[in-house]
Design a protein around this ligand. Structure first.
Ligand code: BEZ
Length: 296
């Protein structure tokens, strides 16, 4: 497989530097890529629930022995390993060097490569492309869909789950308010995430040559039991680009302010629960372009 590399969305470069003790990996280790700032140890230890939720998407994929599959945005490889356990030939790809390094350590028998969804390429077309909790970081989405379509055999399936329209709306609203309170103008704020609606993403996939067989948008309240400082901890892991306009000296304050603003809605009975919303779909690559359907 031929693969490109680099990252559009830089993960939180400051997360390792400003990390409080409690959310720092339980082992005290921190595997941070200087290129992406992604802390693979923190991700594994504090956000393992994301891999657990992804198991349902593997079920939807229904991998069969002998199939060739790409796991797009594989992170530290937990779901790649589940797909491999079905007897498939799977390749995990991720734009984060730290994530891929950790995946190789954890699963030395599997194949992992640093590559971006926007421009990855495979030498031989594959039976399926799978993705869990990753597509919302990749931009532009049209380029991602085009790369996936190119990587698939005709009739090959694209099975994925990502943040959908309305995902983490409470958190985003609070971040925007906290940044406004800091006097940071809107044009200096970059929202790093893409959370499409069914209509938007379905059309995008159709435009890329897919037939959409199933697409669901649903709430997935996500407990943050390994983030004792709630949304402030979550932001240390994921909020990098959004908070990059905040001077270092104010960042801790802004994270705490976002915590304060979200607490009434997201802390229930002593437990922090993030307002995730998922877009889940199965699409297949049409065997040929549908050029005869309209008489005109
Ligand atoms: C999500 O999985 O929905 C998500 C994770 C991190 C940042 C933004 C969204």
């Amino acid at each position: 497989m031929k693969l490109g590399s680099s990252a559009r969305h830089s993960w939180d470069e400051d997360s390792a530097r400003v990390m409080g003790d409690r959310v720092m990996g339980k082992s005290g280790r921190s595997a941070t890529s200087s290129e992406t700032g992604w802390d693979s140890t923190l991700y594994e230890e504090s956000f393992g629930i994301i891999t657990e939720f992804g198991a349902g998407v593997v079920e939807l994929l229904a991998p069969r022995p002998g199939e060739r599959i790409v796991d797009l945005g594989c992170g530290t490889g937990g779901l790649t390993a589940r797909i491999a356990a079905a007897g498939t030939d799977v390749l995990g790809i991720d734009s984060s060097e730290a994530m891929i390094a950790r995946a190789r350590e954890l699963y030395p028998e599997l194949r992992f490569e640093v590559a971006r969804g926007e421009d990855f390429a495979v030498e031989e077309p594959v039976d399926a492309v799978f993705s869990s909790a990753a597509l919302h970081w990749m931009w532009p989405p049209e380029a991602v869909a085009a790369s996936v379509a190119k990587a698939l055999k005709p009739g090959g399936r694209f099975v994925a789950e990502m943040g959908g329209k309305g995902n983490i709306a409470t958190i985003i609203g609070a971040i925007c308010q906290a940044l406004a309170e800091e006097g940071i103008p809107r044009e200096r704020v970059r929202n790093p995430w893409y959370f499409p609606s069914i209509g938007e993403y379905g059309s995008l996939l159709e435009g890329a040559g897919f037939e959409v067989l199933l697409m669901q948008l649903f709430d997935r309240p996500t407990p943050l039991d390994d983030c004792p400082n709630g949304i402030a901890d979550w932001l240390r892991m994921f909020g990098g680009t959004f908070l990059e306009a905040v001077p270092d000296t104010r960042r801790e304050h802004v994270q705490e302010r976002v915590n304060e603003l979200t607490r009434p809605l997201l802390k229930r009975e002593g437990r922090w629960v993030a307002d995730y919303r998922r877009l889940r779909f199965t699409a297949v690559k049409l065997p040929i372009a549908d050029g005869c359907s309209d008489s005109g």
